[in-house]
Design a protein around this ligand. Sequence first.
Ligand SMILES: [Zn+2]
Length: 506
Amino acid sequence: MAKTSSDTGSKKPSKSSTKPPKTTKPPKTPPPPASLLINAWEQDPGASAAADGGTLIQRSVTQLSATPLPTKITHPSAAPAAGVYMPATAEFRYWACADALRRGSDFWGGLIAGVQWQVGATLPVDLDHGQDLNAYYDRVGLRFFHGSVRGRTFYSGESPDVVCHELGHALLDAIKPQLWDAASLEVAAFHESFGDMSALLTALQLPSVRHSALAETQGVLYRSSALSRLAEQLGWAIRQSYPDAVESDCLRNAVNSFSYTAPQHLPSSGPASVLSAEAHSFSRVFTAAFFEGLAGMFKAQPSQDENGLLRASHDAATLLVAGIGSAAVVPAFYSQVAAQMILAAKQQFAALSYAQALKSAFVRHGILSPAAAATTETASPRGMAEPAAELARVSLSVAEYGLSDEEVHVYAPSQAAQLAVAGGARGMGSSPDTAPTDAARAFLEHLLRRGRLKPQEEKGGQTRGLVARSTAPDTHETHTHELRREGKDLVLRRLRIDCGPYCTHH
Ligand SMILES: [Zn+2]
């Protein structure tokens, strides 16, 4: 059974025109009419290792079309009447997704003035795009799916963790569009990390989540909890078929001890217990460092309570956005974002010890070497990077891969870094720099190994033989990239950011 708690975010009590009877307690604020309330999951329909047990909350109905960052559920095309529906109904799913979308838009839109979706004014959302244990963002909109496991059907679009993760991809694409086509394992992983950070930060905007997170962790936020565990139900569903592909009690956990290694030195895939170059796996390093940094920023608050946690969540998101804006797109992208976040903390929040909290977290997770962290002591922050600055297009010789052309053109992570920082090497010191073209080649080969590059169509309907996946869905495409003919060049372009890589598309 689902627990319930009330979290309507309702406004101040309305004044009553009649005086309360003298002998009884003042009447409670009358609840809003039932039609103005909806039911939603607080964070996820699942709980720990179980498929069920998430907390239900009641919320005031909101407008998706409102600013900032309007969204629109395009499938189903008509909104059901707002109301308090029970889980496992189409009406519940609609309003549960809508509530998470609105919360994500309000949170990010409140931090970044004037930001607009890549796709235009309104971000379209397909609540059920077909059968898959999956969700993805392309430059059309967000797509959620349904999947059946052990006689049960799950809908990825009813989990706020999953919805706010996908919304995070669309948001990051809006604020740093150069990342979209970047041929870089670390950039692709950062996109996944941003999705998970979006889920964590958006969840923290609910008073009930702040309350339960502080209670469950006894104020030490960087401990495994319902907050740090992401997408428990999707994790359960995947675990039934691929037990080593996900954590034992969730999809991913923001509390983990993975330490940075340059991803081109990691295996291209692996079980959840090891770090691999696969974007979701490698994303866990940055997510954990950020979450530990957030915990340190909370400790720096004058009040160790829900208000302090709310403030820390806003400030951490502010610094994250500032760091992303200033970070150069280079092979060691994590270290650039981390260093720029520390510089922004020193500049914007000099009175609080945020910079120290972030520095400690990034060094502990190997994203900054101790020497790199020391350079943030003397460096001055750089202004926001030029938003329109495209990455350099470089050609790679690919004769050995059996593609149609001898060379392909890719957008290499080749921006000029203003800060010479790097992640920690294994053992001691800093990771050596990777040349942008080497990082791009590692990325292309990763796509080939994982079967994520869409086969090239040839005359007569033949496709060039690339690695096929054993269980790719046949109802929709899940390739992340294609080689597109542009003039006489063959250019590597991203098609979508696919978020269900572990199981269904090995
Ligand atoms: Zn994702």
